[in-house]
Design a protein. Structure first.
Length: 130
């Protein structure tokens, strides 16, 4: 099976298990990497709609189109690898800590690197100097 087919099966399992009330915790880690962005947003909307009671979803993606969805800012957290003093830690940055007004655009904040989560590209470009 292709990677997209495997991911599609995992996505369908999550939606089915939500409908059948099988679990309380769901973790979707980059399941939509091989799926069209509009399909990812549609599936995420269905998953969110089916979260009832104590159910919880952790959803990771690199797709910035998700930021256009009408979700509350407190629902978004960004992970940043912080490398300092020979130590690597992962920081969790809450969007609501930085964006206080309803009119603040989450997508603009990410595109302008307000959360300082953009990847460091200098070392990649240094390869051209070798």
């Amino acid at each position: 099976m292709s990677s997209g087919t495997k991911a599609g099966l995992e996505i369908s399992y999550i939606i089915t298990s939500l409908i059948c009330n099988m679990h309380d915790l769901y973790y979707c880690d980059e399941l939509f990497s091989f799926v069209n962005s509009d399909i990812e947003k549609a599936c995420l909307s269905i998953i969110i709609d089916k979260l009832k009671g104590r159910k919880q979803l952790f959803f990771t993606t690199h797709n910035s189109d998700i930021l256009d969805m009408q979700l509350p800012k407190h629902a978004y957290s960004f992970l940043k690898k912080d490398m300092s003093d020979d130590e690597t830690t992962i920081k969790c940055i809450s969007a609501s800590k930085y964006l206080k007004r309803n009119t603040d655009s989450l997508k603009n904040a990410v595109e302008n690197d307000l959360f300082c989560t953009a990847p460091e590209l200098n070392r990649i470009y240094e390869i051209a100097d070798l």
